[in-house]
Design a protein around this ligand. Sequence first.
Ligand code: SF4
Ligand code: SF4
Length: 481
Amino acid sequence: MAKFDETPIVKDPAVNGVLSAPKLREHASAEVRCHPSKPKDTAAIDLPTERVPDWQERAVAKLGELLEKNKALRVYMDICVRCGACTDKCPFFLGTGDPQNFPVARAELMRKVYRRYFTPAGLFPDLGEAADFDEEMLQKWYTYFYQCSECRRCSVFCPYGIDTAEITIAAREIMASIGVATKYVTEVVAKVYSTGNNLGIPPAGWKDNCEFLESDVKEETGLSVRFPVDEKGAEVLLVPPSADNFANTDTMIGYGKLFHFLGVSWTTSTYCNEAGNFGLFLNFANLKKVNRRILDAARDLGVKTIIWGECGHAWRAGIYTPTLNGPMDDFEPPYPYHISQYIVDMLHKGAFEGHIDKSANDEYLVTYHDPCQSARAGYLIEEPREIIRAVCNRFVEMPDGTIRQKTFCCGAGNGLLTDEIMPIRMAGGKPRAMAVKHTGANYLATVCAICKAQLPESMHYWDVPVKVGGVIDLLARAIKM
Ligand code: SF4
Ligand code: SF4
């Protein structure tokens, strides 16, 4: 029994695992909103602690600044022809039926403000094409730009390539600049600066858990697999999502077993034991600052290679690293490197030859969920599948149109993984749940910590009996040490 108001959720079933557009339900999700930020968190991350007095002027000026800096944003403001091709592509529209969750309608919230202050249409407000950035508009921005997971699915179907996620990113940046942000996102970013990770785990707690995993693996397998911390001169710095060390421990164990098997020295860092970058969900300054910590930690420890763990938005932020934080020429490879790419490279080198027992995963019929940020934004599509095929006998794809570039959001990406908007999470997670159900799989593999937190809840809600886990978890089960 759900413990939240299910009214915003469309319950119509899928056909062959695919949802069709629901009947329109005006304002269905208008009342579902994230809790606002707290001054202690915004102060810690260099944002106003409350809404600034001249917020309207400041917001319009910020929009003008972004239009100048980001030419794509200005193009996206101008070129939409309202063809409607994107309308039924958004998981949050499919799950709520609220037409304000049409990507084009979401973006129109910004376009109206753009036209009002930056185009001649602003001289003719009665035509309805332009609107003031007033209290009512700000409230709509806050509601609906936080009902978008910046998943970019709509952009795949737009004949003009309009990326509504970029519009959401700009809207959140503008709101943050005037002191309007969510508690969840700001709290997480503040924790990164105070503890090194999104969960707020202090260094001693991180080390304790690594030692616990060492004894756990020893007890279970007899192997002395290490989970090293702050080891200077290690070959590899692994930057996992911190949730892997506490919630997705099979994934963390997977990293340990992999490096143990390969005989590669590795470490995590208590300065930066977080790949996840919530700055991406908030504003550019924090995106850059959070990402910078990875390079600082790697240089401080003197590692040769940085490997990003299984986390979707971490990877999206990660691939920007040379642009955000400067060249990576002192690392090998001199560009961001994902754990799935690393494993595939090892597979191609024959490192696992004769050491994989695929039958170890025979209890599972595996399907794969492409996280939006690693697949659509980060080009990691075939690598996870190649690993799964190498270590499992039984793999099934979800229906075409729901995977690879056209994957559906788990329902809680990019700052939506917070309980007060549970109806939105369950609604947005519905297309993915329906596609998984269609396969009959009993293991849902993915490479994202947010997906691994959301999917068990959405699968349970939509009555899909499936275990959710990492890709490396499956590899670790199959490696013969
Ligand atoms: S598909 Fe593109 S052009 Fe068409 S309505 Fe959507 S955003 Fe506008
Ligand atoms: S980016 Fe994703 S969540 Fe946002 S409007 Fe497009 S399809 Fe919907």
